[in-house]
Design a protein around this ligand. Sequence first.
Ligand SMILES: [Zn+2]
Length: 352
Amino acid sequence: MTFRFLLLSLLAFSLPASAALRAGAAALDITPLEWPVQVIGNFGLTLSSQAHDPLMARAVVFDDGKGPVAIVVIDSCFVKRPVLDAAKRMAQERTGIPADRMLMSATHMHSGPPAYPLQPTDKEGRYTAYLTRQIAEAVTLAHARLEPAEVGWAVREIPEELNNRRWFLKEGTMSMNPFGGKDDKVRMNPGAGSPDLVKPAGPIDPQFWIVSVRSTSGQPIALLGNYSLHYVGGVPGPELSADYFGEFARTMEQKLAPGNPKFVAMLSNGTSGDVNNTNFVTPRPRKAPYERIREVAGRLASEAETALKTVTYQRDVPLGAAQRELPLRYRKPTPEELDRARRFVDQADLHN
Ligand SMILES: [Zn+2]
């Protein structure tokens, strides 16, 4: 059994020069308009009646004269593919940018609203329709703001905020997994500071990339960051938040272009599946809500500022886009595991 995974890569900036580059950026609010909403990213059902900070769809459009590309980063835990396909179609109709030259991703913070269509008349369906329009509008506005631009990029290594959450444990200390099995080779999210830890079962990717875009007169247009950290967390259950992705974007906007709504900073999620912000070897004391979010975002913001000083800007950069669907294999439950799960559901008191 496989499912289709969409892979799109953009930004072939290293090829020989051609036409002059133009770029534009825009950010649109995607905070829910109706409350309460279910919080996506928590275990169990949590309802939220407010957002601690605004959720945004942040877009940048590049055009080298031969064909534009668009990149959008969305403050959401995940957005289902039909929603993004619809947003791309809508943006294509308005701008002429081919849908297969648009790269859209959710940040995957764990404190977002549902972003999948249910019944078109219900609150969550209305939110998804709103989200789709706002994503398309962000691309449209960024496209309308295209101006002669130059671009540069840099990378920093920041391993300190990254921990692989899957660990080998000392022999005989593996506890039962959520499906009733005891034969796991590694444990996800073991106790921080546990004496049973042996070594992480996988790597981290410490690279923090930035792509900086500015007008040919030197005015900042956009800053794209990419870091491989699942999310930070520390958001109180009943609130929505864009986590450190939003905090980083707001901090960079404040640092580089205060009061300029045309400048957009964004932070996309890299290869972070099993990499989180929990220090398993040396546990940290518990922090106040949003404290770690501010710390990690602040660290990345100051690294971005340092990296920006090393950036060499270029005006003649050809763009490229390539898209491929990858069939992925995944593990399915055994009949015994399904039986066990059904027994739990039968025993649960679903009225509480
Ligand atoms: Zn997650």
